[in-house]
Design a protein around this ligand. Structure first.
Ligand SMILES: CCCCCCCCCCCCCCCCCC(=O)SCCNC(=O)CCNC(=O)[C@H](O)C(C)(C)COP(=O)(O)OP(=O)(O)OC[C@H]1O[C@@H](n2cnc3c(N)ncnc32)[C@H](O)[C@@H]1OP(=O)(O)O
Ligand SMILES: O=P(O)(O)OC[C@H](O)CO
Length: 195
């Protein structure tokens, strides 16, 4: 299974893993941006199912994608799928600052499709996940939308977030796991020549 959640808050991935755990569903491996790779937290994230990826394939001198990195990412993700591990990818690659979903970025999803098309795996069930908050803990992102640079993730930022969460009532959050669909069936419909 590949979970494809929308991304609005850091709470997203905490909630999804927690809900799956509470329903005896194995926790997914989550593609995490390397901006979260901060001391100690990175170890915790890895132990809880996260694996770090670059959020942009570094351009090499000749302007091409970093082929070696892409191959490694491809091989690692393919192995996870071969082992029937669950995957969780935030296609937008960033939290939406406006509340509207960002355009999806195709890299991780293209790896999943490649793995299916090469026959390395039989099929993949894709589970879109909708998440709606009454209020998100990060606030309204107004300063970032006005051009102020984003503060990098830090332990201090985490502590402030936890403190805010304990002090204020952020209302309810709704997590919708949509009907899983077979990527193989969808591919067959969209690329009939392939099958
Ligand atoms: C309270 C109790 C709680 C208990 C429970 C606790 C649980 C805690 C859990 C801890 C886990 C924490 C997880 C944190 C997750 C946070 C969410 C994030 O970080 S989100 C952030 C992290 N997630 C994401 O970013 C996911 C979304 N981003 C992506 O998928 C990106 O594509 C990318 C980052 C992979 C590459 O970005 P880029 O370089 O900009 O490349 P483009 O996108 O422009 O794609 C253009 C071209 O490249 C192709 N292509 C690319 N890569 C590959 C490949 N390896 N192979 C093959 N092809 C590849 C692609 O198809 C296309 O082809 P073409 O047109 O060129 O022919
Ligand atoms: O781009 P950001 O600040 O939304 O960071 C996204 C992180 O990688 C995890 O949510």
């Amino acid at each position: 299974m590949v979970f494809l959640p929308v991304h609005k808050s850091h709470i997203d991935y905490l909630l999804i893993t927690l809900i799956l755990f509470c329903h005896n569903i194995k926790a997914p491996h989550i593609a995490a941006g390397n901006n979260l790779s901060i001391p100690i937290l990175s170890t915790v994230i890895r132990k809880l199912g996260g694996f770090f990826i670059r959020r942009r394939m570094d351009e090499t001198r000749d302007g091409k994608k970093d082929i070696l990195y892409r191959c490694l990412l491809h091989a690692y993700t393919e192995e996870l799928l071969r082992q029937q591990q669950f995957l969780e990818v935030f296609l937008e690659g960033t939290r939406s600052r406006s509340g509207k979903p960002f355009p999806a970025r195709a890299g991780m999803l293209s790896i999943v499709v490649d793995t299916l098309c090469t026959g390395a795996i039989g099929d993949v069930l894709v589970v879109p996940v909708g998440i709606s908050y009454d209020r998100i803990i990060e606030g309204n992102y107004n300063s970032e939308q006005l051009g102020k640079p984003k503060k990098n993730e830090s332990w201090w930022g985490i502590a402030c977030g936890v403190f805010r969460m304990l002090r204020k009532n952020y209302g309810c959050v709704r997590v919708d796991f949509n009907q899983p669909f077979s990527l193989k069936v969808m591919n067959r419909k969209s690329v009939p020549a392939f099958y």
